[in-house]
Ligand binder design. Sequence first.
Ligand code: FAD
Ligand code: DLZ
Ligand code: SF4
Length: 514
Amino acid sequence: MPEKTSSEDARLILVLGDQLSQNLASLRQARKTKDIILMAEVNEEATYVRHHKKSIAFIFSAMRHFAKALKDDGWQHVDYVPIAESKSGSLLGEVKAALERHSFGEVVIVEPGEMRLLNSMHQWQHELGKAVTLLPDDRFLSSVDEFKRWAEGRKELRMEHFYRVMRRKTGLLMDGDQPEGGKWNYDHDNRKPAGDEMQFPPQPRFEPDDITCDVLSEVRQRFDNHVGSLEPFWFAVTREQALECLDDFIAKRLPNFGDYQDAMLVGERFMNHSILSLYINAGLLDPLEVCERAAQAYYDGDAPINAAEGFIRQVIGWREYIRGIYWLEMPGYVEQNYFGADRDLPDFYWTGETDMTCLSEAIEQTLEEAYAHHIQRLMITGNFAMLIGTDPKKIHEWYLAVYADAFEWVELPNTLGMSQFADGGRMSSKPYASGGNYINKMSNYCKNCRYSVSKKTGEEACPFNYLYWDFLARNEDKLKGNHRIARIYSTWHRMTDEKKAAYRESAAAFLSTL
Ligand code: FAD
Ligand code: DLZ
Ligand code: SF4
């Protein structure tokens, strides 16, 4: 417990579990000797969805290390409430409890990344009888208002257009007003399938220190009924460790990042991906610094343009765009369900127990690592959920629970918009739906599967093959006007009635087993 403070002139600065940045707007304007920093581990944040055990351990350990770093940096009043001491179980409750320990005139908070918490904080002033100041989170490269201005009047909100604005704004990989190398996007050179024999450099793994070991035993005790394996726990939990991960990625995996970005291999959980999203989202790394490092690697001749540009696009393009969509479209966004899908999520999403190798690989590693890479999320678990007609809210809750990088501002548009097309095309020009052929092209999963990817219907056939046509047939009214899939519907219409019926019967038989 920190020394008691008593001054109406003091402020209480509440720092949330994903605001672990020394340059946080609230900390930049705070006084090290006067203001009180409050950080609290609370049940409400860990359980509003049943977060993966590893996610909770990551956030709690990173919070504890961050509080220690603040103290080491000269902050005099760091009031940290570990989960065992949180009586109220909520952030508001902990601010109220802090009122009894300290005297302060104002509460200052950087706006949280989720609307449920922001709406709640808007009521806090009334609840606390104290001024509550919410500051914009300026750890993003585009502000919420800037994105709204960009979106105004546009019928389609395409990432590629927004990305160019961000390249010009940041100057990353720019040659004057033109993109480095003459092209904005080098995806044409990416998306190679990986060979079975390919080896990938392992990413750094950190032994839990005493602080993390304490957190692990707390999580084991309190959140045992949450999804996922707690151990082995090897995530970085400090900025220094996260910087080591960044160095390692830039040196060893960035050079091949573009080439195999969409590839998948049995047993290869990380490939050339950066595994940085959890650190960026929690605030341990800054999005601009990671991009500057990638750009520098290109200028130093250590990474080709397709790799550096591909990586930078993910961060200043996709990540910023996704956040813009969240704040533009919420609160209604979470209710979107363009296809009227209402199926429950199959039980095997919580166990990984299925004969479909692509799904068992993606789900098992998700449950063990709290991580799967983008194409596994989009084209395996997301694609399958959409093809079978899963209620978007159910799959949204799954993604929010299972990944260590999941916060609603980034998870929801990726799930509802990009992967489920539940917004009817506000984000994507067509649904990311595919049959087994695409998965077979980009992975070696099918070679190791009990289903046959070359068979189209019947018990032995790859379920993605008939589910794909069933999805298109079921949703024809909603999709037939989409010119990007007109050709696919022409193929469907050219099929004989017997063939169409065989697809639909195989799908019905399979769906009845779920
Ligand atoms: P890399 O492949 O190395 O990419 C580099 C960085 O780019 C990432 O660290 C991340 O910061 C950023 N990035 C890449 N794609 C996206 C994207 N579509 N949206 C936002 N940032 C992106 N990402 C999350 O951070 N949190 C989520 O909860 C989340 N949920 C997703 C749900 C679905 C259904 C899908 C399809 C994607 C989701 N993503 C989410 C986006 C993406 O899959 C992850 O950011 C990425 O897999 C993280 O792994 P990485 O750090 O190894 O990424
Ligand atoms: C994710 C998370 C978890 C598991 N626990 C806490 C916590 O105990 N205290 C806290 O301040 N933040 C936590 N977080 C992060 C919050 O959920 C996050 O700040 C909001 O969802 C807004 O993005
Ligand atoms: Fe997945 Fe079908 Fe390939 Fe099996 S055959 S791994 S179910 S795509």
